[in-house]
Design a protein around this ligand. Sequence first.
Ligand SMILES: *[C@@H]1O[C@H](CO)[C@@H](O)[C@H](O)[C@H]1NC(C)=O
Ligand SMILES: *[C@@H]1O[C@H](CO)[C@@H](O)[C@H](O)[C@H]1NC(C)=O
Ligand SMILES: *[C@@H]1O[C@H](CO)[C@@H](O)[C@H](O)[C@H]1NC(C)=O
Ligand SMILES: *[C@@H]1O[C@H](CO)[C@@H](O)[C@H](O)[C@H]1NC(C)=O
Ligand SMILES: *[C@@H]1O[C@H](CO)[C@@H](O)[C@H](O)[C@H]1NC(C)=O
Ligand SMILES: *[C@@H]1O[C@H](CO)[C@@H](O)[C@H](O)[C@H]1NC(C)=O
Ligand SMILES: *[C@@H]1O[C@H](CO)[C@@H](O)[C@H](O)[C@H]1NC(C)=O
Length: 385
Amino acid sequence: MCTSTLRQLLYSVALLGVLAATVHGVQLSHSVASSSAADIYHSTKARYNKGSESPEPYTWDSQFLVQLEIGTPPQLLDLVLDTGSSDLWVFSPQVPDWQKPGHNEYDPSLSSTSKPMPNATWAVRYGDGSTSQGNVVTDVVSVAGIPSLSQAVETATNVSIDFYGSPRADGIIGFGFSQRNKVKPQPQKTWFDNIKGTLKHGLFTLDLRHNDSSTLDIGFVDHSKHTGKVEYLPTSVTHQGAWGFNGTGFTVAGRQVDPPANSSVLCIADSGSSLMIIDDILLSTFYALVPAASYNATEQLWVFPCGAELPDFGVRLGDRFVATVPPSYLEFGQTGYDPDLCYGSLQSNAGLNLSIYGITFLKSLFVVFDDENSRLGFARKPLIA
Ligand SMILES: *[C@@H]1O[C@H](CO)[C@@H](O)[C@H](O)[C@H]1NC(C)=O
Ligand SMILES: *[C@@H]1O[C@H](CO)[C@@H](O)[C@H](O)[C@H]1NC(C)=O
Ligand SMILES: *[C@@H]1O[C@H](CO)[C@@H](O)[C@H](O)[C@H]1NC(C)=O
Ligand SMILES: *[C@@H]1O[C@H](CO)[C@@H](O)[C@H](O)[C@H]1NC(C)=O
Ligand SMILES: *[C@@H]1O[C@H](CO)[C@@H](O)[C@H](O)[C@H]1NC(C)=O
Ligand SMILES: *[C@@H]1O[C@H](CO)[C@@H](O)[C@H](O)[C@H]1NC(C)=O
Ligand SMILES: *[C@@H]1O[C@H](CO)[C@@H](O)[C@H](O)[C@H]1NC(C)=O
């Protein structure tokens, strides 16, 4: 299972054109909490100004899951938290039975607040080539106790092996921008867009952590979660609907490395991707310092002996701030073909002219996704190696 999960993750770097997110499978529950419809509607009358949720790490920090309550009474599902896409989709009863084992599903017929959205369909293809598709209903969806009362919930009728073959995730919740929502004929708003007007501040923060509790905070910045100042950069909506920003430079082992002149400085902050997908020139500089590192041309992936001593990798953000990814985060995991070889967490964007900063990067920092002010904030935090 681990091997196949890793392989699926790594397909994201095999690049099939547009990159967005790498993700996976599902699980079935109906742990119905005691809160009634009345409670839920009552609570929406309050103005929410904060909420917190603890995303659960998955194998090798390859993805983080967040728990959602969908419908009335609430059905609990664990979805991949993905800032690189803009659809909220779930396993549903319509998924073929053989795709269901290990996954929770949302059944609209068990919810008194679900409403069909006639003729609406959706289909998503993620950067790793994984796909899912289906129909749409609206229902109450709460994250961290914050309800979106009429949320478009995209119910899957068919998912690709990346999702059914990998347990735990029951779907995906996109925290990207609504512009890229895939519902047809009428694109729908993301959960965050629907609830942000009820927040004191229209933002969320991610404190993803290696082997430690991680948090998604909604509507406030918890300054106890970082050290030093938050460095803010302007953000733009990329064609993936992801949070784009300009990376201004790099360091390898503390030395400055210039990005290639013909390449874009555009990066996306993508919690749905596991690795950092960057320019080849940076990679050759980095891996030149790793003894016995090599590029496996068949897999199109950099590998090196597990436990190798690695340099650190820094990204300059704005004028002053260098975000350093510690060496221990730069070894991703064992290859399936040789237990002494490990995949690196830095891999090639194959000339894509875009860098994808996934979990390897995000867990090195405290990150503010400030929708209200169209900016991304980055700050240091104490790290457990
Ligand atoms: C759905 O599609 C059917 C057949 O194409 C059409 O008759 C019906 O008006 C559509 N309903 C809505 C709400 O668009
Ligand atoms: C389900 O998806 C797979 C590939 O993603 C496709 O080959 C198959 O035709 C789909 N089945 C249906 C019923 O749509
Ligand atoms: C995770 O942390 C625990 C202690 O909190 C430690 O025992 C364990 O080895 C760590 N696992 C990994 C994979 O780092
Ligand atoms: C990134 O830099 C380009 C110029 O290279 C500029 O046009 C663009 O607006 C910048 N984007 C952001 C989000 O700062
Ligand atoms: C890469 O993208 C930048 C804009 O972000 C553009 O200026 C540059 O021409 C692109 N380079 C190539 C080789 O497409
Ligand atoms: C490259 O990876 C494949 C597995 O995809 C493996 O069979 C092959 O031995 C690897 N090549 C090298 C040179 O290690
Ligand atoms: C930049 O140029 C190098 C070498 O000329 C090439 O390998 C690379 O693909 C180019 N990058 C882009 C984004 O076109």
